[in-house]
Design a protein around this ligand. Structure first.
Ligand code: ADP
Length: 671
């Protein structure tokens, strides 16, 4: 059956990505959208768009029946589910089939077969796909599970059969810990999935996560488009992916590829799928799970194979044979993908929401690709995944590709929300990453060098440029307003044709740096003598077309910048420095009380209260844990005080933006 009109049951970058290929193939597109996405990119890119409902996913993007109904109304031939939402929902795949609409994905039976970890393992064992040594039987008494663990030797990993997102998983390092760990894993699994069936697996201490891209058609053909290494993760979520996997011998590649095809054939797979393996240090590899959809990280495979995987999906969905046979596929060069998220790596990767006040992306070329669904001015809302974009680069080899990645990350400027860009740069530039020492414990292992929230030496070097930006912005504001300098007199003063001294405190996160500034001006030029501790700099410069041209001690540098709510951000290839200016004497932490934020960062569930109501807590102490976006987030005390009231109990669902608790400071209590 020919696809003339395609509905994309998704949003954001993946909806835009699918529309691009559909356009290139002359296929008409229909977007769907929620209240929050009325003005979203995917809506304007599509030929037609249908409104689904309010912003929460379950009232819009997860309404399978409504989507199928709209598809029928609009004469749609096929539905592409993207990833997430309905992409691995067997019921939805069935519903499409019943209504004579092509579901661009595998048959419902294949989705179901991979739904339970233990059932999937049974199928794979029968098919001869290597599994991590372990027990995945029905007998669930502690004695049976423990003797399985004793037999395979410690450490072992307890896993919930119904698990996902790392939930219900516990490492057990010796037999004395077994009983306690089993109880904890069962409790967590019961709470999350309503089922406490457990698997016991040999725990690999330094594995890599390597996955194979497979494609199968309806004629019984299957091929693999090589592998991706997704070892670098935080909380079991991928951060930077690459293809091919470094240091993977062609014989292992071939063996793993064939095992993946075996896995796909065992469940009569059709379409794009990913078979995930753990690769051990001794090059043994073990089946972990199969994802029955297009993956977020598919572009790295596209870069090294020069194939369009969405095109492949559409061809197969039309019932045609695979575009290429195994021996026609080639692997060229190396590719990386970095996921740009609105989140705060220094605060447990807490999602960040807000308006993208500034958004500059690296220039796209044949070797640099930006997959995104947002533009400057768009909002990152509490309702959906906070991924802003995927930055994908290609190079002739890993070294070249990695240099490009670091360089392109340096050209990504975002303001208005916190992002992980600096963190990605630290990962990509880490000596262990450069030498491809990749394991799933990478972030944990290199924790100290990957997280540094304090102003680094590097930031200190940029202070003269920061002061220059503050001074020139003031001067500009004064000119724009056409007023005397009175409008900025509360923050110190700049006066024309005079010499003036002032103290300025720059605030970086919680760190304050005091700077002495002496302004010298004549009719034609302004310069500033800037003293930080013992060091003195002379700075001059100008803001031309939104770019800061700074000359500090004779060295010229240009910076992009943004000013947003009293926050300044200075960007260039080496720096993304965020700071604000405070009056030196007002930098007291207690002045932040009004700014304390206890609202849910996004839709989620309350996991636990960590303190009692009215119990004294100290600044920084975790007080509540919530789960959102498959991750747990702690809310910490912003200052000494106590919780007056928790507005939600553990287990309750909360909408993004809801106020979670009332907190009062110690002083307020004592007063
Ligand atoms: P989930 O479905 O909950 O995400 P997975 O089975 O996919 O769980 O495993 C998630 C991650 O946990 C893997 O990417 C890997 O980092 C780690 N992991 C899983 N099984 C093992 C194991 N046997 N040994 C070591 N690490 C493992």
């Amino acid at each position: 059956m020919k696809i003339n009109k395609l509905l994309i049951a998704n949003r954001g970058e993946i909806a835009c990505r699918v529309i691009k290929t559909a356009n290139a193939q002359g296929i008409k597109t229909v977007a769907v959208y929620s209240e929050a996405d009325k003005n979203a990119q995917h809506v304007s890119m599509a030929d037609e768009a249908v409104f689904l409902g309010p912003s929460p996913s379950k009232e819009s993007y997860l309404r399978g029946e409504l989507i199928v109904e709209k598809a029928k109304e609009l004469g749609v031939d096929a539905i592409h589910p993207g990833y997430g939402f309905l992409s691995e929902n067997a019921e939805f795949a069935n519903l499409c089939a019943k209504n004579n609409i092509i579901f661009v994905g595998p048959p419902a039976s294949a989705i179901e077969a991979m739904g339970s970890k233990s059932a999937a393992k049974h199928i794979m064992e029968k098919a001869g796909v290597p599994l991590v040594p372990g027990y995945h039987g029905d007998e669930q008494s502690e004695a049976v599970l423990k003797s399985a663990a004793d037999d395979m030797g410690y450490p072992v990993l307890l896993k919930a059969a119904a698990g996902g997102g790392g939930k219900g998983m516990r490492q057990v390092w010796n037999e004395n810990e077994f009983s306690q760990a089993l109880n904890a894993a069962k409790r967590e699994s019961m709470a999350s999935f309503g089922d406490d069936h457990m698997l016991v697996e040999k725990y690999l201490t330094r594995p890599r996560h390597v996955e194979i891209q497979v494609f199968c058609d309806t004629h019984g053909n299957g091929v693999y488009l090589y592998e991706r290494d997704c070892s670098v993760q935080r909380r079991h979520q991928k951060i930077i992916e690459e293809a091919p996997a470094p240091n993977m011998s062609s014989s292992i590649r071939e063996k793993m590829g064939e095992a993946a095809i075996l896995a796909a054939k065992a469940i009569n797979y059709v379409g794009a799928g990913t078979v995930e393996f753990l690769l051990d240090e001794d090059e043994s590899f073990y089946f972990m799970e199969m994802n029955t959809r297009l993956q977020v990280e598919h572009p790295v495979t596209e870069m090294i194979t020069r194939e369009d995987l969405v095109y492949w999906q559409l061809v197969i969905a039309e019932g045609k044979p695979l575009p290429k046979q195994q021996n026609e596929l080639t692997l060229t060069g190396h590719a990386f993908e970095a996921r740009i998220y609105a989140e705060d790596p220094d605060n447990e990767f807490l999602p960040s929401t807000g308006t993208l006040a500034l958004l500059r992306t690296p220039r796209e070329t044949d070797v640099v690709r930006v997959d995104t669904g947002v533009v400057e001015g768009d909002k990152v809302s509490v309702f959906y995944d906070p991924m802003i974009a995927k930055l994908v680069v290609w190079g002739e080899n890993r070294e070249v590709a990695l240099k490009r990645l670091i360089s392109a990350l340096g050209e990504y400027y975002i303001d208005g929300v916190s992002t992980n860009i600096e963190f990605l740069k630290r990962v990509a530039g880490h000596p262990a990453f450069i030498s491809a020492e990749l394991t799933t414990t990478f972030v944990e292992k290199h924790h100290d060098s990957l997280f540094n929230s304090a102003a680094s030496d590097d930031t200190q070097d940029k202070i003269p440029a920061m002061i220059l930006l503050v001074m020139l912005s003031r001067k500009r504001n004064a000119c724009v307003a056409g007023k005397t300098p009175a409008i900025w007199s509360n923050a110190g003063a700049w006066r024309a044709n005079s010499q003036h001294r002032e103290s300025i405190a720059l605030l970086f996160g919680h760190e304050e740096i005091l700077v002495e500034v002496k302004h010298q001006s004549s009719l034609t030029t302004s310069s500033w003598e800037i003293s930080i501790g013992e060091k003195t700099y002379i700075a001059t410069g100008a803001i031309i077309e939104g770019v800061l041209h700074a000359t500090v001690n004779g060295y010229k540098t240009t910076y992009s910048f943004s000013t947003n709510d009293g926050q300044y951000t200075l960007f260039n290839k080496d720096t993304h420095s965020k700071f604000s200016v405070i009056s030196p004497s007002l930098g007291d932490d207690d002045s932040n009380e009004d700014n304390a934020n206890f609202s849910a960062p996004m839709n989620g569930t309350i996991v636990a209260h960590l303190v009692e109501k009215d119990q004294p807590v100290t600044k920084g102490q975790p007080i509540l844990v919530m789960e959102a976006m498959k991750m747990e987030h702690s809310i910490t005390a912003p200052y000494d005080g106590s919780v007056e009231e928790f507005f939600f109990q553990p287990g309750e669902l909360v909408d993004g933006g809801s106020t979670l608790l009332a907190f009062s400071s110690k002083e307020a209590k004592e007063a």
